[in-house]
Design a binder for this molecule. Structure first.
Ligand SMILES: Cc1cc2nc3c(=O)[nH]c(=O)nc-3n(C[C@H](O)[C@H](O)[C@H](O)COP(=O)(O)O)c2cc1C
Length: 266
């Protein structure tokens, strides 16, 4: 039996009336920003942020959003580290299998197989420690920034913080947390300085092998999904639109800036 349609106004304090808040199930799937940072004192940190997106493609720019941490009563460690150091690394969170260091001393630093998706979920724990160490996730050095990468991630972006925008919690005009008690939200925007792509995930015709990587994404409730199918469509374009539509579809490469400089000076 179907239920009646629902309309509710969250800012008026109304709820859906359903047993679980459905809001997070609508803007889906949310790709996961598995973000590594390093504090000023040198402690590494790794945490998942499902509020993660591209801001622009040229130059590549991304954002993730850290809510106020109610356990620590301040911004997330990740956000604190970004404020302190201006650097973070995004790692692609995937369904597939990675390696895990057992960390039991030189004889037993064996590497065992484990599910990367569980590592992503584990790093959501609000710990005071280095989550790489706590959950046996292998690090790989970055080239341009201090925070390490997740070694088993097929793609990582080394980023410099561009800006941090605070969306203050303003529930009912009062500076108090709403029903979910998440407090203020900090939008951390970062320029992508360097991109790592594992060769194993590049197809013969030079595309990123999405199905092999199987990135995971958040839905609402305890639900996640991963990419296990793809379909193609061509974005329609105006006859006088020139190359813009092809660039949008990723069909034309962006010109190398160094090449353009060389052309100008030639
Ligand atoms: C899959 C997943 C997605 C999450 N997305 C967010 C998010 O978008 N924003 C946020 O503030 N917390 C999010 N969390 C919770 C944080 O990851 C968690 O509070 C973590 O401890 C923060 O770590 P940090 O304090 O080391 O930065 C998410 C947790 C999981 C498991």
């Amino acid at each position: 039996m179907s239920r009646p349609d629902i309309f509710y106004q969250p800012l008026e304090g109304e709820t859906s009336g359903l047993p679980h808040d459905p809001f997070k199930s609508f803007a889906i799937p949310r790709p996961i920003g598995w973000i590594s940072t390093t504090s000023q004192s040198g402690q590494d940190n790794l945490a998942p942020f499902s509020q993660f997106q591209n801001v622009s493609f040229d130059p590549p720019t991304v954002l993730f959003i850290g809510h106020q941490d109610l356990y620590k009563k301040r911004s997330r460690d990740t956000v604190m580290n970004c404020i302190e150091t201006n650097e973070f690394v995004w790692n692609m969170a995937t369904y597939a299998i990675g390696t895990r260091r057992l960390g039991l001393g030189p004889l037993l630093t064996d590497v065992c197989r484990h599910k990367l998706r569980e590592a992503v979920n584990n790093t959501g724990k609000e710990t005071w420690d280095d989550e790489f160490q706590e959950f046996g996730i292998e690090k790989a050095p970055s080239r341009l920034v201090r925070p390490p990468r997740v070694k088993d991630s097929p793609v990582s972006f080394e980023c410099r913080v561009h800006s941090i925008v605070r969306v203050a919690n303003d529930f009912h005009g009062k500076k108090a947390a709403g029903p979910h008690m998440v407090g203020n939200s900090d939008i951390v925007i970062g320029r992508v300085l360097g991109i790592h792509i594992k060769g194993d995930y590049i197809t013969g015709d030079g595309l990123f092998d999405v199905l092999k990587a199987a990135p995971i994404a958040r839905l609402g409730y305890r639900q996640y999904t991963y990419i296990d199918n793809i379909f193609e469509m061509t974005i329609p374009s105006m006859p006088d639109e020139g190359n813009a539509a092809s660039v949008l579809s990723g069909n034309l490469p962006y010109r190398d800036l160094k090449e353009e400089e060389a052309d100008k000076t030639a």
